[in-house]
Design a protein around this ligand. Structure first.
Ligand code: ES4
Ligand code: ZN
Length: 322
C-alpha cells in the first residue's frame, strides 16, 4: 500500500540499536569458524530455533553467547559494516549505535580493538554513524567506572554513554558516580528505563543520572505525572516495537502503547534494538507498528522527524534533516 511504501522510503534516524544485537546467525557461525570458537548450537538453524524468548533475561543469555565469537578488531568491523549496509537499505541516514565493551573485555578482548573496529566501519559508511558506550547494569558501578577510564584514550570515537542489560534489580541510581563522571567529560547520556522496570526507574534516570533520552520508557504511562513531565520536557523515548513483542512487554502489536504515547504528546521514536534477534531492522519495526495500529501519514512523518530531532547531531547537521 501507499503508506507502507512511504514509511519504507522515508529518510530515517535510528537511536536505539545494540551493535552486538545485529549479529546474524550466519555471521556468528562464520566468525566462530574463523576464530576457532565452539558454539553450544550445532547449526545456524538450531541457533535461530533458540530465539524464542520469555523475557529480557532469557534473550540476554543468548545474546551474550552470540557475542562470544567476537575476538579481533576485524570481527567488530565486519559486524558493524553488515549492520550499516542493512541500515542504508532501510533509508537510515543517521544512526547512534550502542556497544557493550564489558561483554568483550571480560573475555580478554582489548577495549581498543572493540572501539577501533566499530568506529572504522562507521567512518567507512555512507550512513552518518556515531557511537554510545553502554555499561552493563548487572555488573558493578566500579566495573563501569573502570570501563569508562579504559575507554578515555578513545574519547573522540564515542559521543555518549548508556545503560543496558538486566533492568529489574539494577536501578539507575546504582550508576550515579559513573554518569556524573561521563557528564563532566561532556559525553551525552542515555539509559534504558521502563522497559521491564517500573516508572520509578525513569524518574531516577532523569533526576539522578540526568539522561537526555530514555531508551524504551514504555512503562511511563503507568504514572500520569511522569508522562506529563516527559511531554513537557520533550524527552524522547526510543521505542522498539518488535523487541517489545519478542520480549513479551506487550502480548501483541495491537496492544502496543506506541500510539497512546504519541497521543500523550511524547517524542516517540521507532528503533530496532537487536534486529538479528527480534525479527527485523528499522523498516520492519515501522511496518509492524503501522500494520497493527491505526497510524497514518502524519504519524509516519512525525516519527521520522522525531528520530532526527532527538538525535545528538550538531544543530547545523540536524537542521538539514528536519
Ligand atoms: C537489550 Cl532489549 C535490551 N534491553 C536491555 N539491554 C539490552 N542489551 C541488548 N538488548
Ligand atoms: Zn536496548
Amino acid at each position: 500500500t501507499q503508506i507502507r511504501h512511504i514509511v519504507q522510503n522515508m529518510p530515517k534516524a535510528e537511536l536505539h540499536i545494540h551493535i552486538e544485537g545485529s549479529l546474524e546467525p550466519e555471521l556468528i557461525f562464520a566468525l566462530a569458524q574463523r576464530n576457532g570458537v565452539q558454539l553450544a548450537y550445532p547449526s545456524v538453524d538450531a541457533l535461530r530455533a533458540a530465539y524464542a524468548f520469555q523475557d529480557l533475561q532469557s534473550f540476554l543469555d543468548i545474546y551474550y553467547a552470540g557475542a562470544s565469537v567476537l575476538l579481533k578488531e576485524q570481527d567488530f568491523y565486519d559486524m558493524t559494516a553488515a549492520y550499516l549496509e542493512r541500515a542504508k537499505a532501510d533509508h537510515v541516514r543517521h544512526t547512534e549505535i550502542f556497544f557493550d565493551p564489558q561483554t568483550h573485555t571480560s573475555r580478554g578482548v582489548p577495549i581498543g580493538d572493540v572501539i577501533n573496529g566499530i568506529h572504522r566501519a562507521c567512518a567507512d559508511s555512507e550512513v552518518s554513524a556515531t557511537l554510545i558506550l553502554c555499561f552493563l547494569r548487572h555488573l558493578s558501578e566500579d566495573d563501569a567506572l573502570a570501563t569508562l577510564e579504559a575507554a578515555l584514550p578513545y574519547r573522540d570515537k564515542f559521543i555518549g554513554v548508556g545503560l543496558d542489560s538486566s533492568e529489574v534489580g539494577h536501578p539507575p541510581e546504582k550508576f550515579t558516580r559513573v554518569f556524573a563522571r561521563a557528564r563532566e567529560l561532556g559525553l551525552h547520556l542515555v539509559a534504558h528505563a521502563g522497559e521491564e522496570g517500573p516508572p520509578e526507574y525513569i524518574w531516577s534516570a532523569l533526576d539522578v543520572l540526568h539522561v537526555e533520552r530514555i531508551d524504551h520508557g514504555v512503562r511511563c504511562l503507568e504514572d500520569a505525572a511522569l508522562t506529563r513531565r516527559l511531554a513537557a520536557e520533550k524527552m524522547a523515548l526510543t521505542v522498539c516495537p518488535l523487541s517489545n513483542i519478542k520480549l513479551r512487554v506487550f502480548d501483541t502489536m495491537q496492544e502496543h502503547n506506541l500510539l497512546t504515547l504519541l497521543d500523550a504528546g511524547l517524542v516517540v521514536t521507532i528503533n530496532s534494538d537487536d534486529p538479528a534477534y527480534f525479527g527485523g531492522y528499522l523498516n520492519e519495526n515501522f511496518l509492524a507498528a503501522f500494520d497493527s495500529l491505526p497510524l497514518g501519514l502524519q504519524h509516519a512523518h512525525e516519527l521520522a522527524r522525531n528520530g532526527f530531532a532527538a538525535s545528538f547531531l550538531p544543530a547545523e547537521q540536524k537542521q538539514k534533516f528536519l
